[in-house]
Structures are given as C-alpha cells and as structure tokens.
Design a protein around this ligand. Structure first.
Ligand code: 0RQ
Length: 503
C-alpha cells in the first residue's frame, strides 16, 4: 500500500516514520490526548509500540506511565494494550475496556469519569494540566497540511490545538469517502466570549470539513492500514424487544396527545445492546422522517438510514459491528448525504440538546424507587464504563428515558432498588424508566407517586413485594415523609448481594 497518496503535504510526508520511532518520542509522565470514540478512529500502532516500550522499561525496573485522555472508549490496541502493561497513570473521560476496568477497580489506575461535553473546556481552562502530546488518527492529509478526520471526531480538534507536539497516524484502511462528512466548528470559546451556536437542525453544517493543524508541532507521521474495532451487538432478545415495544408505544401515545410531532424529535441513543434494540424496533415502527442528534451512530441507526426512516443524523463517531461497518464503507458516499460528524463539544452541547429538544435514550445499571439512576457503578464501588454522554443528554433533553432489564445476573439482582448505590442522574434528570415489565412516566409526579409507579410498572414480580414492603415501612418509619427512606436498610440489598450472591 503506497501511503503517500493520502499524505499530500510534502513537509509532513517527510516526517513519516515507524510506530516504534514515534512512540519513542512520548516521554514517561506525559499527558497524551489520543483520538478515539467508542471503538472508532483511535490510533492503532503508536499505543501498541508505546506499550512494548513501557513493558521493556518496567522489566528494567524503570517506571513508565502516561496519562491518557481520549474522546471516549477505544479498543484493545489502545486501552487494552496500555492497561495490560500497567502503563496508565490517569485515564479520562470514558472507557469500556475489560483490562482497564480491572486496573481501575484494583486501584492501580486513576480514572476521572466526566461528562463528555466538559472535556474540551476543562482542557482549554487547564483544569486537567497541560497537554503534552496528541496522537490522532486521520484518514488523510491535504496538500496544504489540513487533516481529513477519521471515523470519529471526539476531542481531536482540542488535542491538535492544545498539545505541544503532535503524532499523526494516517490510516489508509479508512474509506476515502469519509472526506466531507465532518463539520469542525472553530467558534467555541471560554466564557465570557461565548456566542450562540447556530445549529438549528441535526443536518446543519457550521464549520469546516478538515482539522487545522500547525505543521511545526507535528513530530511524527505514521502510516497504518488497520480496521476500527467492531464489537458485535447481540441480536435483540425478548427483554430488549419488550423494552423497545414499551418505548414505541409511549411515543405513539405522546404523538396522539400532541406532545410529540409525528416524526418525533431528534433521537439520541446511548451504548449497549438494549438501546441498539430500540433502534431496531423503530425500524419496524410507524414513525417516518426521523432525525438523530446523538454522539454515536450504532447498527440500529445505520439500519434506520438504510430503510429511509432516518433522514438526517448528527454524531461524533460510529460504533458499529463488523457487518454494519462493511456495509457503511461499501456505500459511504450515499450515507454521507445524511450523516454529519462533529466535535464532541458540539455533539453533546447542552445548548443544542435543549434547543433541538432531543429524545434521550440510555441504558442504566439500576434505578431507585424515586427515579435516581446509577449508570456507572456495580454495587456502589466498581466502575463499569463511565457516565459518557448520558448526563449531557439526560439533563438537557426534551425527554430523558433510562432503560434496563428489571433483573441482572440470572435474576439474582434487582435493577430497581430502594436506593441506588451510586448516583449519576438524579431524580430531577430522569423522566421515564423502562424495563421489560413496563414503563413508568415520572413527569409531574411527587417522590411517593413515582415510587408506587416504578414498583408497579418496572420492578420484576419476584422483587415487587419486597420493594412495596420497604416503601410502606419507610413511609411509616421515616422521619421525613417527602422521600421516605430507612437509612440503615436502604443499601442493605446491595450488602446482601455482596455477602450472599443474591439480593
Ligand atoms: O454484565 O457483561 O458481565 O454480563 O452490566 O449490562 O444489560 O448488557 O446492558 O450493554 O445496555 O449496558 C449501563 C453498562 C448498560 C451502559 C450500561 C451488568 C450486566 C452486564 C451490561 P456482564 P447489559 P448494556 C452515550 C451514553 C453509561 C454510559 C452511557 C453504559 C453489564 O448503558 O455504560 O449511557 N451506560 N453513555 O450483567 C450489577 C446491576 C446490573 C449489572 C447490569 N444492577 N448490578 N451488574 N449489570 N445491571 C454513549 C457514550 O457516552 C459513549
């Protein structure tokens, strides 16, 4: 593969080198901003070479760790490889890698789990320290040195802008048809200089199709030819089909009441199998001319574009199975007409999510009787993935929907609990809770009214009596009658699971 046809700028072409040589330019202790968002557009060679270098250093008794900032989750070649050699001091803002998760939960890696829309402004403000190096995958370099983005944008604009030094990976595996799909907005500012962001609909373009890049900061260009990660979705099971059914029925009801337009409002859907199944449900449903204002485009959304039901989608990344990715790449020029990829500070921007009136749909680990939601921690202390963009969307959306099967781990865990063991989304940001059992529309209800509805509509029948019993005793025995709790008992379900393996 002759990589030079993708690297049209001569001075940058002169900086071509091996991944090993590029990795040698990253010093221990560096803060490194890497591209990558939900398994797409991450650097595929330099992190692996860096991991080997770290391993060699560790074997020689020299400490070698870096801090890794990204858009969101990446892949085994990045998070997995660096975590494997215990080479990450600090990780942010979102991960979903099993080895990374294990290191974090073992206390061997620090992790800051932050709203995805906050990352860029935190870096501009210096809250996270100085960014030393950016390692960014692109799909090509123009003659004038501007960069054609890859299959995700994430925080790349910020990394290229803020880092002292830049390493570019030019991945010729990425389709050349990606060119023109991106919209990089350079108008964001820190307060008090902010201006309204003029996106009035998901398909609006307000920026440029390329990244600006100071060529003097580029210390290495590496050629790769490797596919994005693609973790396959499990086909929708009975539970996810039921959840999708409840949501579709709810949408139909809202349209009938005149509270949603017939083509709904722009859709956001999060990560995971269940939300993907909801998209599959929408494809079989009655709604046409849909739009999406979201952060990831997964299989379900691609299928909606293919069937013609989704006419425009705005995101910051793809998160596709191998089959869907092959399909996208085979027909990218056509899909491009309907898809815009933006920086995550724009895809997840509160102003835009509020103005567009996004319908927000995300998975969760557990919800409590009053509608507080835990999206990130198993049994209160073990991180699963992170909050990702769910908070950006849930707080600012027009409708915020959280979904989960009513039980986990073969029915040993109730996903509806007296009190969540960790709070990501407070009762104020959660409007609709859905399990395979049913849907609870919490809008306009007081805490006690919400509790009754959640127990009745969402809890599994096995756990319903115990939840009702807790609620009634809390109503009788709690000193405050507004949000009744028995504090000594509220988290006892989790404690029991940790002791006995069952709630
Ligand atoms: O564990 O894999 O060991 O079997 O959690 O659960 O049911 O497969 O659900 O794939 O939809 O993921 C919240 C994790 C749900 C996801 C979460 C265990 C369960 C299983 C996964 P196993 P499911 P999903 C935008 C939006 C936060 C980020 C977000 C998530 C595993 O949706 O990460 O929304 N959300 N971003 O067994 C103990 C419980 C459990 C439990 C489930 N109550 N207790 N374990 N599990 N419930 C996108 C981005 O921001 C990038």
């Amino acid at each position: 593969m002759d990589e030079t046809f993708r690297i049209l700028n001569a001075p940058l072409r002169a900086k071509l080198m091996s991944a090993e040589a590029a990795a040698a330019l990253i010093p221990p202790g560096a803060n490194v901003g890497m591209s990558g968002f939900t398994g797409s557009g991450y650097p595929k060679a330099v992190p692996l070479a860096l991991a080997q270098r770290m391993n060699a250093a560790h074997e020689a008794g020299h400490p070698f760790k870096i801090s890794v900032w990204t858009g969101a989750s990446t892949a085994p070649e990045l998070d997995g490889a660096l975590a494997q050699v215990n080479g990450v001091e600090m990780r942010l803002p979102y991960q979903s890698d099993p080895t990374c998760r294990q290191r974090i939960n073992a206390g061997q890696m620090e992790y800051i789990d932050i709203h995805l829309s906050h990352v860029a402004q935190f870096v501009w403000s210096g809250f996270l320290g100085h960014l030393d190096v950016a390692v960014v995958e692109v799909s090509g370099i123009l003659e004038d040195g501007r960069l054609i983005p890859s299959s995700s944008i994430g925080n790349n604009k910020t990394w290229l802008d803020q880092a002292d030094k830049i390493i570019l990976e030019v991945n010729t595996w990425q389709s050349p048809d990606l060119q023109g799909m991106h919209d990089i907005y350079y108008g964001t500012q820190l307060p008090p200089h902010r201006k309204p962001i003029a996106v009035w609909g998901p398909h609006d373009r307000i920026g440029e199709p390329y990244f600006r890049c100071d060529p003097d900061k580029v210390i290495a260009v590496v050629h790769t030819h490797s596919p994005d990660r693609n973790s396959d979705y499990t086909p929708p099971d009975e539970n996810s089909r039921s959840i999708a059914g409840h949501i579709l029925e709810f949408f139909a009801h809202e349209v009938k009441r005149g509270r949603l337009p017939p083509n709904l409002l722009p859709l956001q859907s999060g990560v995971g199998n269940i939300v993907n199944a909801v998209m599959a449900g929408l494809n079989e449903g009655p709604f046409e001319n849909l739009t999406a204002y979201t952060e990831v485009l997964q299989d379900g959304m691609l299928a909606l574009i293919k069937s013609g039901k989704l006419k425009a989608a705005s995101a910051t990344a793809f998160s596709l199975s191998s089959a869907a990715l092959a399909e996208l790449n085979a027909d990218l020029a056509r899909y491009k007409e309907r898809i815009v990829l933006r920086p995550q500070e724009i895809s997840n921007h509160p102003e835009l999510i509020r103005r567009l009136g996004v319908i927000v749909m995300n998975g969760m680990i557990e919800a409590d009787l009053y509608g507080n939601v835990n999206s990130t921690h198993v049994m209160g202390s073990q991180i699963m993935n992170g909050i990702g963009g769910s908070g950006d969307f849930a707080r600012n959306g027009y409708l915020s929907i959280f979904m989960t099967p009513s039980t986990a781990k073969n029915g040993q865990i109730s996903c509806i609990v007296p009190m969540v063991s960790h709070v990501d989304h407070t009762e104020h940001d959660v409007q609709i809770v859905v399990t395979e059992q049913g849907l609870a529309d919490l809008r306009g209800l007081s805490p006690k009214q919400r509790a009754r509805l959640i127990i009745e509509n969402c809890a599994h029948p096995t756990f319903r009596p115990a939840l009702s019993d807790y609620f009634e005793r809390a109503r009788a025995g709690s000193p405050g009658k507004h949000t009744p709790h028995l504090l000594e008992e509220a988290l006892s379900w989790h404690g029991r699971y940790l002791r006995t393996g069952a709630m």
